[in-house]
Design a protein around this ligand. Sequence first.
Ligand SMILES: [Zn+2]
Ligand SMILES: [Zn+2]
Length: 146
Amino acid sequence: MTVVEEQIKEALETLKQTGVRITPQRHAILEYLIEAMTHPTADDIYKALEGKFPNMSVATVYNNLRVFKEVGLVKELTYGDSSSRFDFVTSDHYHVICDSCGKIVDFSYPGLDEVEALAAHVTGFKINRHRMEIYGTCPECQKGAH
Ligand SMILES: [Zn+2]
Ligand SMILES: [Zn+2]
């Protein structure tokens, strides 16, 4: 089994355990999220799957993403006024975002886990999470592909 297949299987297992019904649409959305790794918007997912599910609307995609978010399978990334992007939750990771095309690429940096302990120590806060984003120009945009 590939890593992707394994992640899909585990995700479906999580849905089953939380009593969420697995419809063909939910299965397809999950599969797309896991395979794409592009942090798609609800609209991206809709466009990728509308051929397969002609009766599906963007609202349906949104509702399904909300269900996944509630059970902790998916993270919603918000950027001011622009559409939310959705990320399948694997391990903690950070994002580097292209200023030109908006592409988001994952990378991990375990060293940053210490920042939470440091923040707690210095401020007396009980830390829940942290968020860091790096901005730059992706390899394709550096080549001036557009
Ligand atoms: Zn780019
Ligand atoms: Zn990510």
